[in-house]
Design a protein around this ligand. Sequence first.
Ligand code: SAM
Length: 251
Amino acid sequence: MRIEVVTLFPELFDVPLRTSVIGRALERGLVEVAVHDLREHGLGRHRSVDDYPYGGGAGMVLRPEPLFAAIEPLREAGAHVILLDPAGERLTDAMARELAGQPRLALVCGRYEGFDERARGLVDREVSIGDYVLTGGELPALVLIDAVARLVPGVIEAESHESDSFAGGLLEHPQYTRPESFRGTDVPPVLLSGNHAEVARWRRRESLRRTLQRRPDLVERASLSEEDRRIVVELRDELADGAGDEDSALD
Ligand code: SAM
């Protein structure tokens, strides 16, 4: 997979793309990232990329000419072009999985008050990372790169991301490591039992419990087995009785 980024601040990508899982993926050539400086397409002696908004108001707007000059060659080379924008479609695990199947992505980062409206006509998709506004599209682009790159085959074990939150429509079950007992709280005995079937049953139940407690909307949309549905009914009763708080898993 090749990811192109168009930004006014290429230096913001240096450390995140050199670090940990994503750094190793780039080093191993599983993912390639090329960062392009929008300023190279700036206008005039000062390589200007922005101007005042027509109609007045605060802030500056990115002009269409530099954006078109930067984006058109990437489009022509076959990239799926994404504008990072608070008005875009919300980034989800499902979207990240879909994008991980694209051989070539181009991510366009805004700054200031954002893009001249005409730039929207040049992109395949607009993506938001959530209902809040950041100063620029670089952190959203890095979030998207991280979410997508970890799903590229070979970057991490498939078993790991397939059991992560959202992958199967639910939140992940609680996780424990050593020590067995810490400040009065013990690891649930089933996890020490060595009985894989029992561990799997416990994890599924706790995943359903956590999702019901924190994200009941996901439970409504998840594809659940008969057994899951039976557990959900039990858990709802427990929660209604006030006996189902998360710590009960530790009892
Ligand atoms: N005036 C714009 C608005 O109200 O929608 C906000 C512009 S913001 C200060 C500058 C740039 O940051 C945007 O063009 C976009 O690229 C990026 N950005 C900010 N928040 C974002 C978010 N939640 N998701 C994706 N990109 C975002």
